[in-house]
Design a protein around this ligand. Structure first.
Ligand code: ZN
Length: 423
């Protein structure tokens, strides 16, 4: 396989899909909008052109299948999502769909059979842009679909279930999408890194060890509002400066985390009814803490909340916090991680192992199946969820070569065990 030419083919396919957008100036593809339907139609064509048997399931996932011709063979599922965030990048999600399609085309040309049935799934929804609900595409396959989201409405008041029926999809069929794990070898996903780590390390590929979980708190600090000119500094109970000290404590704790895998962010910070000449009486902020493993993340959270209470007590303000999200980390399957690392190393460089700070379909699929994930270097300083997101054809070609080497070793290995069962 000529890696540069297959890499060029992969990049060109991402560019082609990137011409469909709900928003003419950027790349916005919301679940079941006009651009989404156009991308799905293109993907059907791309899959059929690569010799795959194409179907669309009840939630709108586009599926291309390549049988190995062996009766009773298990299926290796690979794929990613084709919806985007608002003004997203051309490679996010789509790379993990068009790369295996290009490989399937190549395998059909050479006549090579893999030791398993291959299924490429273009997941219809992962980002949660339209209905604020993520993993609509992958969750039904592992029995994790939350049926209550069918009643959710988009910004225009359209119910999810009605949007599906309008698009010719069948909400009643979602329950039947669950796969029997006994028939599936596992799940493998290629994704652009969406960060600067590989770029800084000078490596094209990264082998994901774990997908970070996240915990979020919504925090409120209540002090005493007062006249900015008349209240002496020593008599103030300033909610704004107290909250600022709390956010600095968050940064300090995460920067010094002994596991070096915890990141913390206060993405929203607001002085409620703030005014230039008023001492802040109330301040609200958010805490978003993520980690490759739950233990270090939870320790960091406990420390941060304790610091916040100490700061509040010292400054004479009230601190309250409310848990708004708690998603556990998903470890990748160790045997698959090692096999993927060996496949990457077979290309001539030692594999760079790293956790994923962002969530992916692999996180959902890994709840029920053996799972591995390959990251590809992100150009332009590592920017993603942006039109400036980019990657080189050479790197895409390396990812295709590593994927093929990894696939060739699957199916011959002993029964792989899902990550969950190993704890
Ligand atoms: Zn993605």
């Amino acid at each position: 396989m000529e890696t540069l030419s297959i890499g060029q083919e992969i990049v060109a396919a991402c560019e082609r899909l990137g011409r469909h957008s709900d928003d003419p100036d950027g790349l916005t593809v919301a679940y079941l909008g006009a651009a989404h339907r156009a991308v799905a139609a293109d993907l059907k064509e791309e899959m059929a052109g690569a010799g795959l048997a194409v179907t669309v399931d009840a939630i709108g996932n586009v599926i291309g299948r390549r049988s190995c011709g062996r009766p009773g063979a298990r299926t290796l599922i690979t794929g990613s999502h084709f919806d985007t965030v608002r003004n997203g990048g051309r490679f996010d999600g789509r790379l993990g769909i068009v790369l295996p399609i290009a490989l399937a085309r190549h395998l059909n040309e050479t006549g090579e059979r893999l030791p398993f049935d291959l299924e490429i799934i273009a997941f219809a929804e992962e980002e949660g842009l339209r209905f604020a609900s993520t993993f609509l595409g992958s969750s039904p396959l592992v029995g994790q679909f939350d049926a209550s989201v069918l009643e959710r409405t988009d910004a225009a008041g359209v119910r999810l279930a009605d949007a599906m029926r309008d698009a010719g999809l069948d909400p009643a069929g979602i329950a039947g999408l669950r796969r029997d794990p006994g028939t599936v070898l596992g799940y493998y996903e290629v994704h652009i890194e969406q960060g600067p780590v590989l770029l800084a390390a000078g490596e094209a590929l990264g082998v994901v060890t774990s997908i970070a979980g996240g915990v979020r708190h919504s925090c409120r600090v209540t002090g005493s509002a007062g006249h900015a000119g008349t209240v002496p500094m020593r008599l103030r109970h300033d909610a704004g400066t107290a909250a600022a000290e709390m956010v600095l404590a968050l940064e300090e704790r995460c920067s010094a985390d002994p596991s070096a895998t915890v990141v913390g962010t206060a993405g929203r910070f607001e002085v409620v009814r703030g005014a230039t000449n008023v001492i802040p009486g109330e301040c609200q902020f958010t805490i978003d803490l993520r980690g490759a493993a739950d233990g270090p993340r939870d320790l960091a959270l406990a420390d941060v909340l304790r610091s916040c209470r100490e700061i509040a007590a010292r400054r004479g303000v009230l601190f309250e916090s409310e848990l708004t999200m708690n998603v556990p980390a998903t470890p990748c399957t160790p045997a698959w991680v090692d096999a993927l690392a060996a496949a990457v190393a077979s290309l001539g460089r030692p594999a760079h192992r790293m956790p994923s700070g962002a969530g992916h379909d692999a996180m959902m699929m890994g709840r029920a199946l053996p799972m591995a994930m390959l990251f590809v270097r992100c150009g332009n300083g590592g920017v993603s969820h942006s039109p400036h997101e980019t990657m080189t054809a050479a790197d895409a070609g390396q990812a295709a070569a590593a994927t093929l080497a990894f696939w060739r070793g699957r199916g011959t290995a002993a029964r792989d065990v899902p990550a969950k069962a190993q704890e």
